[in-house]
Design a protein around this ligand. Structure first.
Ligand SMILES: *Cc1c(COP(=O)(O)O)cnc(C)c1O
Length: 399
């Protein structure tokens, strides 16, 4: 599907090979096991010499259709999948890191990823160096000291900071490191890390890929050589994607290009609107020209994404009054769904941190994460407007 565009890929990639009985939709194959009458054929499939399925922890046709779709969208040679995004991250790190190894990453990675870096990897005697996100010189210096993995996430959660993938991939390659990028916030529609020099791309498929907040999943894309090693770790350790979830993700992904185009648009309109509101102290969105990562984002992204965040004056008190007044937003911990989702960063992405730790990475107590849905932007802006208007007097006075 080389010359096919993303909208067409979202719909057709990875579907045809898995149809059965003349069905036009990929079937959900719930069988745990796959039987063989021919003992030699069974042996060959079990050894991987012949295509086929043996046992559901290893492979499953519905799950493979999902892997093919994300592989083609990321322009990768190979892909594998996981029960969650965190399983994709932990299995990938566990495959390549052994005691004495070193990983260089950023301070602003996803909360769960940060826990792996600060709590679990040190226990395995892996040296973890976390750089200030966006400090490219500092990160290059750390990488140049030698490391086994360079781990990036861009844009980040929740202040949507941007890292130059091409530049960091070059630095990583120079010391023989594997360069991994968590592409969850951007999706393959907005950003293709492999084309920018990364070795492996991870997704929490739970978010934008599935897009309907009804299934958990994760994926890994890259070269056959690297992906097969992680697949082997996963097939033994068991963080397998369930076929029903794979189906939900596949169905969601058919509208990926449409949804992302709309979410890019809505996020830009909401961010621009929020800039005009007195009570809003700060707006973080890479599409805004005054965002510190704007130029890099413009260079490496096809769209600025559906995620933004904003800080309100009056901190937690304002958040407590504002968010319940929104009609067209779920107040929840997830993101990337068709519905708009809002939540305080202190309760969602950075709930494990102390207020001091949050302040250290620039997360004010009044910071609100906003995941733009696919609603009509006029309605989203009007909804925010009425919520700001309805804030109690003492907040307006304080401001
Ligand atoms: C949600 C998320 C994850 C973890 O994914 P799960 O599917 O919840 O395990 C990893 N990285 C980013 C950027 C995320 O937003």
């Amino acid at each position: 599907m080389k010359n096919i565009k993303n909208g067409t890929k979202s719909i057709w990639a990875g579907e045809k090979d898995y149809l059965a009985f003349g069905a036009t939709q990929v079937p959900v194959v719930h069988s745990v096991s796959f039987g063989y009458d021919d003992m030699d054929e069974w042996y060959d499939v079990a050894l991987g010499k012949k295509e086929g399925h043996i046992y559901g922890r290893n492979t499953n046709p519905t799950v493979q259709a999902f892997e093919d779709k994300i592989r083609i969208l990321e322009g990768a040679e190979a892909a594998t999948s996981f029960s969650t995004g965190m399983a994709a991250i932990s299995n990938t790190l566990a495959t390549f890191l052994t005691p004495g190894d070193r990983i260089v990453s950023i301070k602003d990675s996803y909360g769960g990823t940060n826990k792996i870096f600060t709590e679990f990897l040190p226990r395995q005697k892996v040296d973890v160096t976390l750089c200030d996100t966006g400090d490219h010189e500092g990160m290059e210096r750390e990488i140049a000291k030698g490391c086994d993995i360079v781990y990036l996430e861009t844009p980040t959660n929740p202040t949507v900071k941007i890292t130059d993938i091409e530049r960091m991939a070059k630095a990583g390659k120079a010391v023989g490191a594997i360069v991994v990028v968590d592409n969850t916030f951007a999706t393959p529609i907005n950003q293709n890390p492999l084309a920018l020099g990364a070795d492996l791309v991870i997704h929490s498929a739970t978010k934008f890929l599935g897009g309907h907040a009804d299934a958990l999943g994760g994926s890994l894309c890259g070269s056959k050589e690297l992906v097969e090693q992680v697949y082997h770790f996963r097939e033994i350790n068991g963080a397998t994607l369930d076929p029903m979830s794979a189906y939900f993700l596949l169905r969601g992904m058919k509208t990926l290009q449409l949804r992302i185009a709309r979410q890019n648009e809505n996020a830009m309109k909401v961010a621009t609107y929020l800039k005009t509101i007195d009570i809003v102290e700060d707006v973080f969105y890479p599409g805004l020209e005054d965002h510190p990562g704007h130029d890099i984002a413009k260079k490496q992204m096809n769209g600025f994404g559906g995620m933004l965040s904003f800080a309100v004056k009056g901190g937690v008190d304002t958040v407590r009054h504002l968010l319940p007044k929104l009609t067209y937003a779920n107040r929840a911990a997830n993101l990337g769904s068709v519905e708009t989702i809002v939540g305080p960063a202190r309760t969602t992405s950075h709930v494990e941190c102390t207020p001091e730790e949050r302040a250290a990475v620039g997360i004010a107590e009044g910071l609100i994460r906003y995941s733009a849905g696919i609603e009509d932007s006029e309605d989203l802006l009007a909804d925010l407007e009425q919520a700001f208007q309805a804030l109690p007097k003492h907040i307006h006075v304080q401001v």
